[in-house]
Design a protein around this ligand. Structure first.
Ligand SMILES: C[S@@+](CC[C@H](N)C(=O)[O-])C[C@H]1O[C@@H](n2cnc3c(N)ncnc32)[C@H](O)[C@@H]1O
Length: 341
């Protein structure tokens, strides 16, 4: 979604920069990639030292392009990194301060976080499980340089064949990847191959279908419109417009995982719930408002796209509209043997 994402300003935000930096060379950052490892498959370590830092600037935002212009549609700049870290806190609270739901035991050994983003989940897991080696992989080299000794990051395309050893990981975690993934069956099959017998996979996705239980969300609501257009754009890219709990469960079962467990929690768009935990989450979600950017894939004018984003942000600020989406956590177990269970 290079031009597809907009972080529409909300009250109190500084205005976004104009698009005057488009096509300008990004400022050279303090690049030290010695802590990165490559999977060695499509990306050699040598390559990582150079072109992996290729970014472009559009709409005043910074996009990573090393793996292709439309490969990942959200920007990867400081604003986005802050948004991802805040989202991590939201998901953590929604799961009652748990980093995962799969029963991985007290002493897991090898954990993979696919599409790790800022690496915040991987780092927290490394602190929580000193017995484990945590690998976080991502298209973009945006992870911090300092991390616990049992955590490391790799720059790879997770939709290319994985080079991890078969039966290697105790646990593979994927969170908030739904706008990025084209081929879920491939991704889940690669995870299945690289998880050891008895190990777990966990997929955590926002469903991206806005709802209300009391009819306050109307058909012409700004959030509904923005999400529906985002779905159209994803379809044009050959990606599923949304991932429901049932779709994730089916993907896991089709790949061969057993005992698939689904947990769906409400992700409110604003602090309208009575429940104090959800009210706090709603307030935090309001701070992360990210709306679909629609120019590149749907060919909208910047003006129209901005209008849709502003309408969506204004819509969630209306406390009389009780919008939420489901945050679905789906986990399953790789059979111990071909005859399990
Ligand atoms: C919305 S962020 C979620 C980050 C993290 N999982 C979290 O929940 O905080 C999606 C991340 O997936 C990464 N990503 C997208 N497509 C990918 C791919 N094919 N291979 C590896 N990483 C990918 C993006 O670069 C981005 O960092």
């Amino acid at each position: 979604m290079q031009m597809l994402n907009f972080m529409a300003p909300i009250d109190g935000d500084p205005p976004l920069p104009e698009n005057e930096n488009a096509n300008e060379e990004p400022e050279e950052e303090d690049i030290d990639d010695s802590h990165y490892e490559s999977s060695g498959y499509e990306v050699s370590t040598e390559t990582v030292t150079s072109a992996v830092y290729d970014f472009i600037y559009e709409n005043g935002r910074k996009y990573h392009v090393y793996f292709g212009k439309d490969k990942y549609l959200l920007p990867m700049d400081e604003i986005e990194k802050d948004r991802l870290d805040l989202s991590h806190e939201i998901f953590f609270r929604l799961l009652d301060e748990k980093l995962h739901l799969a029963p991985i035991g007290d002493e897991p050994h090898r954990i993979l976080d696919v599409g790790t983003g800022t690496g915040i989940w991987a780092i927290d897991m490394a602190d929580e499980y000193p017995s484990a080696e945590i690998v976080g992989n991502d298209l973009s080299p945006v992870q911090p340089k300092w991390m616990p000794p049992n955590c490391r990051f790799e720059i790879v395309d997770a939709e290319a064949e994985w080079t991890y050893r078969p039966d290697h990981f105790d646990y593979v975690h994927m969170r908030n990847l739904s706008q990025a993934v084209t081929d879920w069956p491939f991704l889940i099959a690669e995870a299945y191959r690289c998880i050891q017998p008895g190990g777990f996979i966990e997929c955590c996705e926002l469903e991206n279908v806005p709802r209300s239980d009391d009819g306050t969300l109307k058909e012409d609501d700004g959030v509904k419109t923005a999400m529906s257009l985002l779905g159209d754009a994803l379809k044009l890219l050959g990606r599923p417009p949304f991932m429901s709990a049932a779709m994730l469960k089916k993907e896991l079962e089709d790949a061969g995982f057993l005992d698939v467990v689904v947990t769906a929690v409400k992700y409110p768009f604003a602090p309208w719930p009575q429940d104090p935990k959800l009210k706090m989450v709603g307030a935090m979600v309001l701070m992360t408002e990210e709306t679909a950017a629609l120019t590149r894939i749907l060919g909208m004018s910047q003006e129209d796209a901005d209008r849709i984003c502003t309408n969506a942000v204004n819509a969630v600020k209306d406390r009389n509209v009780h919008t939420y989406m489901f945050f679905n956590v789906v986990y399953g177990r790789k059979p111990e043997s071909p005859v399990d269970p």
